[in-house]
Write a protein that binds this ligand. Structure first.
Ligand SMILES: *Cc1c(COP(=O)(O)O)cnc(C)c1O
Length: 225
């Protein structure tokens, strides 16, 4: 068994353990393999181990892989990188999900460029949960207005929120996760289409699941040697 295959096996076991041994509302966790800088061959290995959703950060790198793997129509592609407005058209054309909407302009452009005959693109609003100045995402004070706009766009399917909490000292750390869970609950009750909390990377899988994440984005723990 090679590393990727083994890593995925361990990851799936860990998730199963966390779901059955913790007090979480999540029933099922979707694994998104964060495949930035990974080769098409590594993605194919992950596919053979039952991972079907991949997250790319850089638009051109992502599109190259999408084209090379076009024959495999089981794959679902997520855009998880910082989104510049001039790249929005490409995301609308090639990806199934965009997890990083953080301003109105991006939402308008994604909606505009999503080809009509395709299904609406699934979108998440990225929340700047740790309120870092240089981090991407919309402030927790302003997300409601953006949610209202996104939910009304015909070519966007508003599925929920994404966040990347900063590594912090134990005591203060959990407040960010509580806040993001609260925002998720508010939006879930307000919008029928909202069902996704994309929270958790290799370092905080357990905490994320304890705060009801149902989508984790995993790079290192899948692709490490
Ligand atoms: C790289 C990346 C991840 C995965 O992080 P790991 O620490 O490698 O698991 C998740 N989300 C985003 C937005 C990323 O850029």
């Amino acid at each position: 068994m090679n590393n990727i295959e083994n890593n995925i096996k361990i990851l799936k076991k860990k998730i199963q353990y966390l779901l059955t041994n913790n007090n979480t509302e999540s029933k099922k966790i979707k694994i998104i393999a964060a495949s930035k800088n990974q080769s098409v061959e590594n993605i194919q290995t992950a596919l053979l181990s039952g991972i079907y959703e991949f997250g790319e950060n850089y638009i051109q790198e992502g599109i190259n892989k999408i084209k090379k793997l076009k024959k495999n129509n089981k794959i679902i592609w997520h855009f998880i990188g910082k989104l510049q407005s001039k790249k929005t058209k490409l995301v609308a054309q090639y990806f199934d999900w965009c997890q990083t909407i953080d301003r109105e302009k991006i939402a308008i452009l994604l909606n505009k460029y999503r080809i009509k005959q395709k299904v609406p693109i699934n979108v998440l609003i990225q929340i700047n949960i740790s309120e870092e100045n240089n981090k991407n995402g919309i402030s927790i004070r302003n997300y409601q207005k953006l949610a209202e706009i996104v939910s009304k766009m015909p070519n966007l399917n508003f599925r929920g929120i994404m966040a990347m909490p900063k590594k912090k000292k134990e005591i203060i750390k959990y407040q960010d996760y509580k806040n993001i869970n609260n925002i998720f609950n508010i939006l879930k009750h307000k919008y029928q289409s909202v069902d996704t909390l994309s929270l958790g990377t290799s370092f905080d899988i357990k905490t994320a699941i304890m705060y009801n994440s149902n989508m984790i984005r995993i790079g290192k723990s899948i692709f490490k040697n």
